[in-house]
Design a binder for this molecule. Sequence first.
Ligand SMILES: [Zn+2]
Length: 119
Amino acid sequence: MPTACWWAYPMNGPAALHGPARPEWTCVACGDPWPCRTRKRQLKDLCRCDVRLLRNYLTPYLRDARVELVDVDLAEITERFLGWCDRPLDRPSAGDPPGGDGGGAAPEGEAGGRPALPG
Ligand SMILES: [Zn+2]
């Protein structure tokens, strides 16, 4: 059996893939500085919060970004790519943006939808 995981396949087409747009290094999906919040969460899931694994994964990206982001301070780039790896991601308590994990909406009762009575 192949070790395919959910993260390897975008669920909603290319837009769901939060990859870097280079050489700007912004997220192609949400436009935030890459890695964006969604990508970080995906990577944390992918690496099961293993900091070493995360850093190994991100180091090649960091190497490229340090070359391409000439206007950004190296320490800043390093912090942006690796600084979050050993920190817990702050998760939104409420009002999670739509189009995410597919949480079901709670039914609110059937106002006005009376069933037709026989007779
Ligand atoms: Zn994104």
